[in-house]
Design a protein around this ligand. Structure first.
Ligand SMILES: Cc1cc2nc3c(=O)[nH]c(=O)nc-3n(C[C@H](O)[C@H](O)[C@H](O)COP(=O)(O)O)c2cc1C
Length: 206
Protein backbone atom coordinates (compact mmCIF):
# COMPACT_ATOMS: atom_id res chain seq x y z
CA UNK A 1 0.00 0.00 0.00
CA UNK A 2 1.41 3.46 -0.86
CA UNK A 3 2.23 5.28 2.35
CA UNK A 4 2.98 8.96 2.81
CA UNK A 5 4.73 10.23 5.93
CA UNK A 6 3.57 13.81 6.50
CA UNK A 7 5.78 15.79 8.86
CA UNK A 8 5.20 19.37 9.99
CA UNK A 9 7.58 21.42 12.11
CA UNK A 10 6.22 24.97 12.20
CA UNK A 11 4.88 25.92 15.64
CA UNK A 12 2.52 28.53 14.16
CA UNK A 13 -1.22 28.06 13.54
CA UNK A 14 -0.96 30.51 10.62
CA UNK A 15 2.00 28.58 9.22
CA UNK A 16 2.66 28.78 5.51
CA UNK A 17 4.61 25.52 5.33
CA UNK A 18 1.66 23.77 6.99
CA UNK A 19 -0.79 25.20 4.45
CA UNK A 20 1.46 23.90 1.68
CA UNK A 21 1.96 20.39 3.11
CA UNK A 22 -1.82 20.18 3.66
CA UNK A 23 -2.29 20.78 -0.06
CA UNK A 24 0.38 18.17 -0.83
CA UNK A 25 -1.42 15.58 1.31
CA UNK A 26 -4.81 16.44 -0.25
CA UNK A 27 -3.49 15.99 -3.80
CA UNK A 28 -1.57 12.83 -2.86
CA UNK A 29 -4.74 11.36 -1.32
CA UNK A 30 -6.71 12.12 -4.49
CA UNK A 31 -4.06 10.28 -6.48
CA UNK A 32 -3.73 7.42 -3.96
CA UNK A 33 -7.25 6.93 -2.53
CA UNK A 34 -6.20 3.60 -1.02
CA UNK A 35 -2.97 5.03 0.38
CA UNK A 36 -2.18 5.58 4.03
CA UNK A 37 -1.04 8.93 5.45
CA UNK A 38 0.98 8.96 8.66
CA UNK A 39 0.87 12.39 10.32
CA UNK A 40 3.74 13.42 12.54
CA UNK A 41 3.32 16.91 13.95
CA UNK A 42 6.66 17.70 15.54
CA UNK A 43 5.50 21.01 17.02
CA UNK A 44 2.81 19.16 18.98
CA UNK A 45 5.02 16.35 20.22
CA UNK A 46 7.11 16.22 23.37
CA UNK A 47 10.03 14.16 22.15
CA UNK A 48 12.93 14.09 24.56
CA UNK A 49 16.33 15.36 23.37
CA UNK A 50 18.96 12.66 23.05
CA UNK A 51 21.25 12.37 26.07
CA UNK A 52 24.09 10.14 27.31
CA UNK A 53 21.68 7.37 28.21
CA UNK A 54 20.06 7.46 24.74
CA UNK A 55 23.43 7.39 22.96
CA UNK A 56 24.63 4.51 25.16
CA UNK A 57 21.44 2.58 24.39
CA UNK A 58 21.61 3.21 20.64
CA UNK A 59 25.23 2.04 20.48
CA UNK A 60 24.62 -1.09 22.56
CA UNK A 61 23.94 -4.08 20.26
CA UNK A 62 20.17 -4.81 20.24
CA UNK A 63 20.60 -8.29 21.79
CA UNK A 64 22.64 -6.88 24.71
CA UNK A 65 20.30 -4.02 25.67
CA UNK A 66 18.83 -3.88 29.16
CA UNK A 67 15.04 -3.40 29.46
CA UNK A 68 15.76 0.25 30.44
CA UNK A 69 17.83 0.75 27.30
CA UNK A 70 15.09 -0.81 25.17
CA UNK A 71 12.59 1.58 26.78
CA UNK A 72 14.89 4.55 26.12
CA UNK A 73 14.76 3.84 22.39
CA UNK A 74 10.97 3.43 22.09
CA UNK A 75 10.30 6.88 20.54
CA UNK A 76 13.23 6.53 18.18
CA UNK A 77 12.06 3.04 17.12
CA UNK A 78 8.55 4.36 16.49
CA UNK A 79 9.78 7.28 14.36
CA UNK A 80 12.06 4.97 12.38
CA UNK A 81 9.27 2.50 11.74
CA UNK A 82 7.10 5.34 10.36
CA UNK A 83 9.94 6.22 8.01
CA UNK A 84 10.52 2.61 6.98
CA UNK A 85 6.82 2.16 6.21
CA UNK A 86 6.64 5.27 4.02
CA UNK A 87 7.54 5.23 0.37
CA UNK A 88 6.99 9.00 0.20
CA UNK A 89 7.75 11.73 2.73
CA UNK A 90 6.67 15.35 2.79
CA UNK A 91 8.30 17.64 5.33
CA UNK A 92 7.00 21.13 6.12
CA UNK A 93 9.87 23.31 7.29
CA UNK A 94 9.86 26.81 8.74
CA UNK A 95 13.23 28.55 8.47
CA UNK A 96 14.28 29.42 12.01
CA UNK A 97 17.51 31.33 12.48
CA UNK A 98 18.80 30.31 9.03
CA UNK A 99 18.21 26.64 9.80
CA UNK A 100 15.45 24.17 10.70
CA UNK A 101 13.15 24.22 13.76
CA UNK A 102 14.74 22.49 16.74
CA UNK A 103 11.93 19.91 16.79
CA UNK A 104 12.87 18.79 13.29
CA UNK A 105 16.54 18.60 14.28
CA UNK A 106 15.51 16.39 17.20
CA UNK A 107 13.51 14.15 14.84
CA UNK A 108 16.70 13.78 12.76
CA UNK A 109 18.74 12.94 15.87
CA UNK A 110 16.17 10.28 16.77
CA UNK A 111 15.94 8.64 13.34
CA UNK A 112 19.66 8.66 12.47
CA UNK A 113 20.61 5.32 14.06
CA UNK A 114 23.71 3.31 13.22
CA UNK A 115 22.67 -0.15 12.02
CA UNK A 116 19.05 0.89 11.45
CA UNK A 117 19.01 3.87 9.09
CA UNK A 118 22.69 4.05 8.19
CA UNK A 119 25.75 1.86 8.58
CA UNK A 120 29.49 2.12 8.14
CA UNK A 121 31.09 -0.48 5.90
CA UNK A 122 34.36 -0.82 4.02
CA UNK A 123 33.09 1.75 1.52
CA UNK A 124 32.26 4.29 4.22
CA UNK A 125 28.76 5.31 5.31
CA UNK A 126 25.73 3.76 3.65
CA UNK A 127 22.14 4.99 3.97
CA UNK A 128 19.70 2.15 4.65
CA UNK A 129 16.43 3.91 3.76
CA UNK A 130 16.34 3.05 0.08
CA UNK A 131 13.74 3.68 -2.64
CA UNK A 132 11.98 6.60 -0.96
CA UNK A 133 11.09 10.00 -2.33
CA UNK A 134 11.02 13.13 -0.19
CA UNK A 135 9.54 16.57 -0.78
CA UNK A 136 10.73 19.48 1.35
CA UNK A 137 8.29 22.36 1.65
CA UNK A 138 10.23 25.30 3.06
CA UNK A 139 8.91 28.70 4.14
CA UNK A 140 11.29 31.54 4.93
CA UNK A 141 10.80 35.20 5.74
CA UNK A 142 13.66 36.22 3.47
CA UNK A 143 14.83 35.10 0.03
CA UNK A 144 17.97 32.95 -0.32
CA UNK A 145 18.06 32.27 -4.06
CA UNK A 146 20.93 30.13 -5.26
CA UNK A 147 23.58 32.10 -7.09
CA UNK A 148 23.01 35.18 -4.90
CA UNK A 149 25.16 36.13 -1.87
CA UNK A 150 22.16 35.47 0.41
CA UNK A 151 22.27 31.76 -0.51
CA UNK A 152 25.26 31.40 1.84
CA UNK A 153 22.86 31.94 4.77
CA UNK A 154 20.52 29.10 3.83
CA UNK A 155 21.22 26.11 6.08
CA UNK A 156 17.81 24.54 5.48
CA UNK A 157 17.69 22.82 2.08
CA UNK A 158 21.45 22.05 1.87
CA UNK A 159 21.42 20.51 5.35
CA UNK A 160 18.24 18.48 4.84
CA UNK A 161 19.45 17.17 1.47
CA UNK A 162 22.74 16.11 3.09
CA UNK A 163 21.20 14.38 6.08
CA UNK A 164 18.42 12.65 4.09
CA UNK A 165 21.05 11.52 1.57
CA UNK A 166 23.15 10.15 4.44
CA UNK A 167 20.12 8.02 5.42
CA UNK A 168 19.74 6.81 1.81
CA UNK A 169 16.96 9.18 0.69
CA UNK A 170 18.50 10.76 -2.38
CA UNK A 171 15.39 11.61 -4.41
CA UNK A 172 14.53 14.96 -2.85
CA UNK A 173 12.33 17.70 -4.32
CA UNK A 174 12.36 21.15 -2.78
CA UNK A 175 9.54 23.68 -2.92
CA UNK A 176 10.22 27.05 -1.37
CA UNK A 177 7.89 29.83 -0.31
CA UNK A 178 10.56 32.49 0.16
CA UNK A 179 9.92 36.04 1.26
CA UNK A 180 6.91 35.37 3.50
CA UNK A 181 7.86 38.46 5.55
CA UNK A 182 6.13 40.42 2.79
CA UNK A 183 2.84 38.80 3.79
CA UNK A 184 3.41 39.60 7.46
CA UNK A 185 4.15 43.23 6.56
CA UNK A 186 0.97 43.45 4.50
CA UNK A 187 2.96 44.20 1.35
CA UNK A 188 1.46 41.26 -0.52
CA UNK A 189 -1.75 39.27 -0.36
CA UNK A 190 -1.22 35.78 1.10
CA UNK A 191 -3.39 34.01 -1.48
CA UNK A 192 -1.69 35.72 -4.43
CA UNK A 193 1.75 35.09 -2.95
CA UNK A 194 1.08 31.40 -2.38
CA UNK A 195 -0.69 30.57 -5.67
CA UNK A 196 2.44 29.56 -7.70
CA UNK A 197 3.84 27.58 -4.76
CA UNK A 198 0.55 25.74 -4.24
CA UNK A 199 0.56 24.88 -7.96
CA UNK A 200 4.08 23.50 -7.65
CA UNK A 201 3.14 21.48 -4.56
CA UNK A 202 0.14 19.94 -6.37
CA UNK A 203 2.36 19.08 -9.33
CA UNK A 204 4.87 17.28 -7.10
CA UNK A 205 2.20 15.38 -5.16
CA UNK A 206 0.38 14.16 -8.26
C1 LIG B 1 11.87 31.98 15.59
C2 LIG B 1 11.88 32.41 14.17
C3 LIG B 1 13.08 32.52 13.50
C4 LIG B 1 13.11 32.92 12.17
N1 LIG B 1 14.29 33.01 11.52
C5 LIG B 1 14.32 33.36 10.22
C6 LIG B 1 15.55 33.41 9.50
O1 LIG B 1 16.63 33.14 10.00
N2 LIG B 1 15.50 33.79 8.19
C7 LIG B 1 14.34 34.08 7.56
O2 LIG B 1 14.37 34.38 6.37
N3 LIG B 1 13.15 34.03 8.21
C8 LIG B 1 13.13 33.67 9.52
N4 LIG B 1 11.93 33.61 10.18
C9 LIG B 1 10.68 33.85 9.43
C10 LIG B 1 10.07 32.51 9.01
O3 LIG B 1 10.99 31.76 8.26
C11 LIG B 1 8.82 32.75 8.19
O4 LIG B 1 7.87 33.37 9.03
C12 LIG B 1 8.26 31.46 7.60
O5 LIG B 1 7.05 31.76 6.94
C13 LIG B 1 8.06 30.40 8.68
O6 LIG B 1 7.38 29.27 8.19
P1 LIG B 1 5.89 28.97 8.68
O7 LIG B 1 5.04 30.12 8.13
O8 LIG B 1 5.55 27.67 8.09
O9 LIG B 1 5.91 28.98 10.18
C14 LIG B 1 11.89 33.24 11.50
C15 LIG B 1 10.68 33.12 12.19
C16 LIG B 1 10.66 32.73 13.52
C17 LIG B 1 9.35 32.60 14.21
Amino acid sequence: MPTLLHIDSSPLATSISRELTREFVKTWKEKNPEGEVINRDLAASSLKPIDQNWIGSAYTPAEARTPEQVATLVSSDELISELEKANEIVIGVAMHNFSIPSTLKLWIDLVARNGKTFSYGSNGPEGLLKGKKATLVIASGGVYESGTPAAAFDFVAPYLRTVLGFLGITEVNVVTAAGTAQIMMGAVDREIFLKPTLDKVRELAA
